[in-house]
Design a protein. Structure first.
Length: 343
């Protein structure tokens, strides 16, 4: 029922005789009672609520005439409408600081992650030079908070800054045909991801690992500056003394943190997937021969994603004019070395 119909009904009730009004009121109450017995919950609309809020102010005994809901419900409607009215009236016409775009939020987070020592003012200045006017408080809100604000450079940052002067070493195991365990010692150069040395033994010791380190590195004065290794007990005093003789500064990773020696762990995974998982060595000599053949292929011919598709030793691009493509088997055909042969 529209508000106009409500108003007409109200005017009609004002001018009706009292006896007629009482009878009509009685008839309406009887019908409402019937509806209440048949309908468990009456569905009201906003206009119904507005009507009874108005009747609360106009009709003295409105509680006695109200039957569809409790009087407390009408009071709650009135208070809710009052809050809504003042909330709309108090709403500012002009918003405060305009929101920034998701692209700019991503840029702030990226800068804070890539530059651990930068604070909000430093990032704000950098953004201003890029054409973004942002408050320092906004920058601080969207920065990625470091776990330890006083920490220095990240481990990955150190590795990248010293790639040319860093080598890494690690061990992995290979089972033999006779169910024995062979230990493989790998030395990797970070600069070109080149495998400098692989050694195989059944009984690894600190003296044995120290000799393999000497074989891997060219000698005093030409060796790299840093050696990344884990905390294995095999790197004992003999190994550490040999590292000092080679003028190597050992960078020892934390406990159970293989990702800190990620390059060496990655090349060990490659050696497993592409070589040792496909062979059953019979002895140290057999496995050493297999690994040396694969390492030569790895260093000279295998493309490396970290080197933009180049091989660790460097591989020249051959043009179609140089001849047909031929494949040279490696490890009995497990891999192939491809090159162009002149016609």
């Amino acid at each position: 029922m529209s508000p106009t119909v409500y108003l007409l009904a109200l005017l009609r009730a004002v001018f009706l005789e009292r006896r007629q009004l009482l009878l009509e009121n009685l008839a309406l109450r009887q019908q409402v009672a019937v509806l209440r017995r048949g309908v468990k919950r009456v569905r009201l609309e906003d206009r119904d609520r507005i009507f009874w809020i108005g009747m609360r102010r106009l009709l003295t005994n409105w509680q006695q005439a109200l039957m569809i809901v409790k009087p407390e419900t009408v009071i709650r409607w009135h208070r809710k409408g009052w809050k809504y009215y003042w909330r709309r009236k108090s709403k500012p016409h002009k918003p405060g600081r305009p929101p920034i775009s998701f692209k700019l939020i991503h840029l702030i987070r990226r800068m804070s992650m890539e530059n651990a020592t930068w604070g909000a003012p430093r990032i704000q200045d950098e953004l201003a030079l890029l054409g973004h006017e942002v408050a320092a408080s906004t920058v601080a809100r969207y920065m990625v908070k470091a776990r330890n604000p006083k920490r220095g450079q990240a481990w990955t940052t150190f590795i990248r800054n010293h790639l040319d002067r860093t080598v890494a070493c690690d061990f992995f195991t290979v089972p033999t045909l006779a169910f024995k365990t062979l230990y493989v010692f790998v030395v990797l150069g970070h600069a070109r991801r080149r495998i400098l040395h692989v050694g195989v033994t059944t009984n690894p010791t600190a003296e044995w690992a120290a000799r393999r380190l000497v074989e891997a590195l060219p000698g005093i004065g030409a060796a790299p500056d840093y050696l990344v290794r884990d905390r294995d007990s095999i790197y004992g005093h003999v190994f550490q003394r040999q590292a000092r003789v080679l003028d190597l500064r050992e960078m020892v990773t934390q406990y159970q943190s293989p990702w800190q020696n990620a390059y060496c762990e990655r090349v060990i995974g490659t050696l497993r997937r592409e070589c040792t998982d496909h062979v059953l060595p019979m002895s140290e000599r057999h496995l050493t021969s297999i690994l040396r053949e694969y390492v030569a292929f790895y260093n000279e011919d295998r493309p490396h994603q970290g080197l933009d598709g180049d091989a660790p030793d460097g591989r020249a691009v051959e043009s179609e004019r140089e001849g047909e493509v031929i494949g040279v088997p490696v490890l009995g055909g497990l891999h192939h070395r491809y090159t162009r042969a002149a016609a």
